[in-house]
Write a protein that binds this ligand. Structure first.
Ligand SMILES: [Zn+2]
Length: 314
């Protein structure tokens, strides 16, 4: 049963829960993991600062949960980013949040960019990095592009005590998109090629999950020129499009490695079927944040590639 109140009732996650595995490790190694996590990711900061008047109650609640889980994202930081609720929720009723950086007066953007993090709930760095990039956009949005940012597509997977790759139904959202002409392609691939690997379960049928249904509709409504999807931990940049000759050779410290697509993946659906280029940035670590310099370099190179490759009147 969908429990929409769940996120309002569960207590905030404490620092020992930030990395999931700490409770199951032996005491000695558990302490080491805890210490390492604190050193690398930092302690979650849940402060009692008053929320700005402009923030809605659902978004404020969402920020409290996000800041309680992601040590790299402070509560005030989340509140000041002016995220909006889309009105759509995850399986467990968590609002799917979005932040738009729209066209500015007297400047035509060169294109529309959809930026998505947290498709896989156990790739926490992919969420935190997007929060850092939103801070950059908050300060420096120049109207060069029209951005729509979804920092956390899979809140149920990411925000539970023991975060999971899949959503609350155990579905890998990056296998739950449509495959034109082959409705059962993802399920067959899962059975025949992954031998029913639970981490890659595509769901009973395409778009069975509210999170992937929402993203598909978002793609239809926003009509992005490029989709950027952030993942971890494969340490590379991938590119799916009908023509891959302009794939980025390097973005920051991530080098090009074209992996190909899977039935039901976003790269397959948007990149190959819809013809919307999908840049997949795979950070090297799921639970370790890049340095401030690396985060900045990734952003600079990403925008540079967009400037070099996207220029259409919208
Ligand atoms: Zn991933």
């Amino acid at each position: 049963m969908i429990d929409k109140e769940r996120y309002l009732r569960i207590p905030f996650f404490g620092p020992h829960d930030c990395c999931g595995r700490t409770r199951t490790a032996s005491m000695a190694s558990g302490k080491l993991v805890q210490l390492t996590a604190i050193l690398i990711i930092g302690l979650p900061l849940v402060t009692s600062a008053a929320s700005p008047d402009s923030i809605s109650e659902p978004v404020d609640q969402a920020c409290q949960h996000i800041a309680g889980k992601l040590a790299s994202v402070g509560l005030d930081e989340c509140r000041t980013l002016q995220l909006n609720s889309t009105g759509y929720t995850s399986v467990n009723g968590f609002p799917i949040l979005v932040r738009e950086y729209p066209p500015l007066p007297r400047r035509s953007p060169r294109g529309r960019i959809l930026l998505v993090g947290g498709t896989h709930g156990d790739e926490l760095a992919s969420i935190s990095v997007i929060f850092k990039w939103m801070k950059i956009l908050q300060q420096h949005h120049s109207g060069l592009f029209h951005w729509r940012v979804v920092p956390l597509l899979n809140p149920d997977g990411a925000l539970q005590r023991h975060h999971t790759r899949g959503n609350a139904n155990g579905v890998d959202l990056n296998r739950n998109f449509e495959t034109v002409g082959a409705e059962d392609a993802a399920l067959r691939h899962w059975i025949e090629r992954t031998y029913r690997n639970q981490r890659r379960y595509p769901g009973e049928k395409p778009l069975s999950e509210p999170e992937s249904r929402w993203l598909k509709q978002e793609i239809m409504d926003f009509r992005p020129d490029v989709i950027i999807s952030v993942h971890a931990p494969h340490d590379l940049v991938d590119y799916d499009a009908p023509n891959r000759t302009n794939a980025p050779e390097r973005i920051g410290y991530l080098y090009k490695h074209l992996m190909g697509t899977y039935p039901g993946s976003l790269g397959n659906y948007a990149g190959l079927q819809l013809g919307i280029p999908v840049i997949t940035m795979e950070l090297p670590h799921a639970g370790i944040m890049p340095t401030r310099e690396q985060i900045s370099l990734l952003w600079t190179d990403l925008v540079r590639w967009l400037i070099d490759n996207i220029n259409r009147s919208i």
